[in-house]
Design a protein around this ligand. Sequence first.
Ligand SMILES: C[S@@+](CC[C@H](N)C(=O)[O-])C[C@H]1O[C@@H](n2cnc3c(N)ncnc32)[C@H](O)[C@@H]1O
Length: 159
Amino acid sequence: MGCGPGRNAHYLRRVGFEVDAIDLSLEAIEWARERGSGVNFIHGDMFEAGLTGPYDLVYDSGCLHHLPPHRRVGYLELVGRVLKPGGHLGLVCFAAGAMGSERSDAELYRVGSLEGGLAFTEESLRWIFADFAGVDLRRMREGTGHFGESFLWTALFRR
Ligand SMILES: C[S@@+](CC[C@H](N)C(=O)[O-])C[C@H]1O[C@@H](n2cnc3c(N)ncnc32)[C@H](O)[C@@H]1O
């Protein structure tokens, strides 16, 4: 979801997944396609694209924190619809206290801006994803040789 230039989509393809990857930005999708083949890159709005899955894994690196709060209902409906029972949702998002706007949902609508992305607390993530089983939720590790920034949460939920 919100695959951008396809970093994770290409990685998942390399390790054996069949991958559908979607992004609103045509430039990002064109760039992702230039970076390799084998992934079904889709240009469009994930809420409107008619995705059906069913998928073993839905992966969101950095999309949720760019969505206004009211879109979380549709986000959960989308994930719930396309994910197989027992399937996993992988999530990366800004961690409160380290990165992102910490305004309340009401304040965000008052100022009319997401201020570059929303910060989430551990409690807020557990509340939003309460219908999922939490497999892991922790700050991303740095220095592993892979992408890693400690201002991000990384989470795995199971439907
Ligand atoms: C911070 S970028 C993350 C890109 C990529 N996942 C990564 O980790 O490098 C967030 C992406 O979500 C995309 N996005 C936001 N809302 C979307 C929507 N409704 N449907 C599809 N893509 C969306 C944006 O276009 C943007 O490329």
